[in-house]
Write a protein that binds this ligand. Structure first.
Ligand SMILES: Nc1ncnc2c1ncn2[C@@H]1O[C@H](COP(=O)(O)OP(=O)(O)OP(=O)(O)O)[C@@H](O)[C@H]1O
Ligand SMILES: [Mg+2]
Length: 463
């Protein structure tokens, strides 16, 4: 999955997003360029700056959806954030640099998980030894009668374990026990292990906001003030113990310094930040309220998009080569309302098409996660077998287009409101319905939508 060709990226996106071919093409090229750049000689590589993109299009036509799907297609660190989340440093809200920190955190986690998976085999071996130690304490140490271990030995009913007390046979016993453990025969036995309390719930109350720019993690700081290693003894089954101890060993085996170094490198060389809702931070100068800070946010953004060094608690991260893909509806504002410096840093503009009836028909039926499939699956849990006739789908789509034209054009989101209205009674009555097979045909659609169809004002409220 790591390095798809542009055509393959578009093909993947096609499974979820209808149309919008130009937008798919340009993000696919941008993604592939990340990979290409990494193959270039180091000298030239540093000279190749990413070409940032703005996706422009009316609301509800798939901008955010493209970003979400893209994130799963790439091996590059990918972080999506709403521009409206930021305010100028000093105001309430998150500072703009936090997007780079978040991208790094995300990448560290991703690499950590990957490393842990890589050492899983070794960790499992180590966990196995520890579980065997628990089941078979060091030879020679006797346990007081009635202790847990004795009770366990009895219910297992295997004389070998008693022999563990005699050093001579202990290794043989251990091997026998190991085989039983591997065969899952001990899975339901109980053992006591020490588990680390991950974080004390009290600390969670504090948020990191405001402390970030100093590169301080409040939680870590407090955590280290608190008594460390507050571990608890817990009784768990052998199967659970294997899981817990494997995780613990895996964590111990991963070299976190290296993971962090790799993550910084990866972020700097191939990171992608998707800036959604960029139009929300355009605003005319001299406005009141939130407008005042919007331009400030854009200014704060400049150095990051341009390339600068952001301090994080893991070390400095250079943003020269991070790719930015922005998106926005820009219906009340235009990209030219952005401050000129920022406009210049997004050289590629792609417009998304607004959607019409034929698109809606396809959106309802074709994507892997198509809306109709979702409703069918939901209602199947109640034992209902719902299907949609072709004419019904046509009718829904035609109506969606009409309502979009007559009232507000909210793109494919209209289908969501329409279908909710259409299926409301079935969704409500489903558990008690006698008729288990339901065909949504044109009559059904006409009937349900008649009231909103006849009254344009009503449709404004309901749909
Ligand atoms: N071209 C499309 N193909 C399939 N589904 C789509 C398409 N466009 C929109 N949708 C669906 O419509 C919903 C809204 O789309 P999305 O979130 O991408 O809108 P958007 O373009 O980001 O709008 P906004 O500017 O309001 O953020 C999603 O559930 C998405 O699945
Ligand atoms: Mg969106």
């Amino acid at each position: 999955m790591s390095e798809l060709k542009p055509a393959e990226i578009v093909e993947e996106l096609d499974k979820y997003i209808i149309g919008q071919h130009n937008a798919k093409r340009s993000v696919a090229i941008a993604l592939r360029n990340r990979w290409r750049r990494r193959q270039v000689d180091p000298e030239l590589r540093d000279e190749i700056a990413p070409k940032n993109i703005i996706l422009i299009g009316p609301t509800g036509v798939g901008k955010t959806e493209i970003a979400r799907r893209l994130a799963r297609l790439t091996d590059s660190p990918f972080y999506k954030v709403e521009a409206s989340k930021f305010t100028e440093v000093g105001y309430v809200g998150r500072d703009v640099e936090s997007m780079v920190r978040d991208l790094l955190e995300l990448t560290i986690n991703m690499l950590k998980v990957r490393e842990q998976e890589a050492v899983q085999g070794k960790a499992r071996e180590m966990a196995e030894e520890r579980v065997l130690d628990l089941l078979l304490p060091e030879s020679g140490t006797r346990h007081p009668p009635g202790s847990d271990l004795q009770a366990q030995e009895q219910d297992l009913n295997t004389p070998e374990i008693y022999e563990s007390e005699k050093p001579a046979v202990s290794s043989e016993t251990r091997e026998k026990l190991r085989r039983m453990l591997r065969d899952g025969k001990l899975d339901h036995r109980q053992v006591e292990i020490d588990v680390q309390d991950k974080s004390s719930p009290m600390v969670e109350v504090f948020s990191n906001t405001g402390m970030e720019e100093m590169g301080i993690n409040f939680k870590d700081m407090l955590g280290s003030l608190m008594p460390r290693g507050s571990s608890r003894r817990r009784r768990v089954t052998v199967a659970e113990a294997m899981e817990i101890l494997t995780q613990e060993e895996a964590q111990g085996l991963v070299d976190m310094d290296k993971v962090v170094q790799d993550a910084i490198e990866k972020v700097e060389q191939s990171g992608i930040i998707f800036l959604d809702e960029l139009d929300k931070i355009t605003g005319k100068e001299g406005g009141q309220g939130p407008d005042v800070s919007r331009e400030g946010v854009q200014r704060d953004m400049l150095p990051i998009v341009e390339g600068s060094t952001v301090t994080t608690k893991h070390g400095p991260v250079n943003t020269d080569h991070i790719l930015f893909i922005a998106s926005g509806a820009f219906h009340t504002s235009k990209p030219s309302d952005l401050i000129p410096e920022l406009q210049g840093r997004f050289p590629i503009r792609v417009e998304l098409d607004s959607l019409g009836k034929q698109d809606f028909v396809r959106i309802l039926t074709e994507p892997k996660n198509a809306l109709l499939l979702q409703y069918i699956a939901l209602l199947r849990t109640e034992g209902l077998d719902v299907s949609f006739a072709d004419e019904a789908i046509e009718e829904i789509s035609r109506f969606a287009e009409t309502v979009n034209n007559q009232t507000e054009n909210i793109g494919a989101r209209r289908l969501h409101t329409l279908l909710e209205h259409l299926l409301e009674d079935i969704l409500f009555d489903a558990p008690d319905m006698d008729e288990k097979k339901i065909v949504i045909d044109q009559d059904f659609v006409d009937e349900k939508l008649r009231d909103v169809k006849e009254d344009e004002d009503l449709s404004r409220y309901i749909l």
